[in-house]
Design a protein around this ligand. Structure first.
Ligand SMILES: Cc1ncc(COP(=O)(O)O)c(C=O)c1O
Length: 388
């Protein structure tokens, strides 16, 4: 006989983990594959970060600094806010989940974009609250007018995602400001900027400025993407006093580990090198976009480190078929069907070689060429299932 579990579990969205490199090599009998499925950085951690991690290992018999003082001070410095306005999370996912715990109750609602980050619907499901999913607009941006219209007296949290995952669409700061003006000042808003570093629009960064003056806004950033530290799990929120108190009230005392704190701090001390890498990713994003255009393959213009591709266009293929055929060639991208956009593929931007491998493979698939596995640089990885 099994144990008795909460009826809320039945409402939890089913999560379909992405395929690992090892899965694909085994399934298709390949020697190599490229993984462009989880919006990870193609670059390993900086040597300085690796050295700082090694040095900290000797102290792991002690608990971490539960308040993350040094890292919070560095983040506060970076953004020109007080340390008391910064909260750390075990990845920004941690803070998203904590926001749900702190703010949602049965009878209340979370307003969020759709399709968007797959974690958002978990919050109301876990709290016994209700999700109000608002479709993104034709450019893959959060539809702010529709979201404002969805906010009512039951709304206890609004999540905005900018750039939006999985579409890559970017909302201008002015539009977000107008949205914030439209909704009541006591409705908490979480602005998830996980992909902020890859934005080239000139108004980037205004989210944090808004959080300085608007107590109902918390902005989320992460070290998982540009800093390439997703395996260590560290992210943060910048927000007003009530927001910070709410998250602090529900977080576990040691929610971020020593190595993650040390690595993130060292990352902030070496921003120039990370910025160089980010610029390379942006150049590659533009190159891949131009190549897709050249092939006549439709996609949503992206301000993130991934592109949502519509391999169908006006062709008679279907996205899922293309996904399978790319896998058979050793190119792992994310099937849109698992992300709420069936028929599309979310393709992360990797190294020039990985991107070329993807471009050659999709050109071959769309041309109906024989299934030929393309030699790739990466052998079987040890990584586990990855997020959406
Ligand atoms: C929009 C968005 N927010 C948050 C996250 C979570 O990042 P972290 O690794 O900081 O938990 C992701 C991860 O892919 C994401 O796409």
């Amino acid at each position: 006989m099994g144990i008795i579990t909460s009826p809320r579990l039945a409402a939890m969205p089913h999560y379909e983990p992405g395929l690992t490199t090892a899965d694909v090599l085994r399934r298709y009998g390949l020697d190599a594959a490229v993984k462009l499925a989880s919006n990870e950085s193609p670059f390993p951690p900086l040597p300085q970060v690796e050295a700082a991690i090694r040095e900290a290992i000797g102290g792991l018999n002690r608990y971490p600094d539960g308040a993350g003082r040094a890292l919070r001070a560095a983040i506060a410095d970076l953004h020109g806010v007080d340390t008391s306005q910064v909260v750390l999370g075990n990845g920004s996912c941690d803070i998203i989940l904590l926001a749900g715990q702190a703010l949602l109750d049965p009878g209340t609602t979370l307003v969020h974009p759709e399709p968007s980050f797959s974690l958002y619907p978990h919050l109301p499901a876990a709290a016994g609250a209700e999700a109000v999913a608002v479709p993104v607009d034709e450019l893959g941006r959060n539809d702010l007018d529709a979201m404002a219209a969805a906010v009512d007296e039951r709304t206890r949290l609004v999540i905005l995602c900018n750039p939006n995952n999985p579409t890559g669409g970017y909302m201008a700061a002015g539009a977000i400001e107008r949205f914030l003006d439209q909704i009541p000042e006591d409705v908490p808003v979480l602005l998830d900027e996980a992909y902020h570093d890859f934005v080239t629009e000139l108004d980037r960064g205004r989210g944090i400025s808004m959080a300085r003056s608007r107590p109902n806004l918390m902005v989320l950033r992460t070290f998982s993407k540009a800093h390439g530290l997703c395996g260590l799990r560290i992210g943060y929120g910048v927000g007003g006093e009530t927001w910070i108190r709410a998250i602090e009230a529900v977080r576990q005392p040691f929610n971020t580990n020593t190595l993650a704190q040390v690595a993130a701090l060292e990352g902030l001390r070496n921003l120039a090198e990370t910025e160089r890498r980010v610029q390379e990713t942006i150049r590659e994003r533009e190159r891949v976009s131009a190549a897709l255009t050249g092939m006549g393959v439709a996609f949503t213009p992206s301000q993130a480190n991934f592109i949502l591709v519509s391999p169908d266009g006006d062709r008679a293929t279907d996205g899922t078929g293309v996904h399978e055929r790319l896998l058979a060639r050793g190119v792992i991208v994310r099937d849109g069907a698992a992300l709420g956009c069936a028929g599309r593929l979310r393709v992360s931007i990797g190294t020039p070689h990985e991107n070329d491998t993807f471009l050659a493979a999709i050109a071959g698939v769309l041309a109906g060429d024989e299934n030929t596995a393309i030699p790739a640089v990466h052998a079987a990885g040890q990584e586990g299932p990855t997020p959406q």
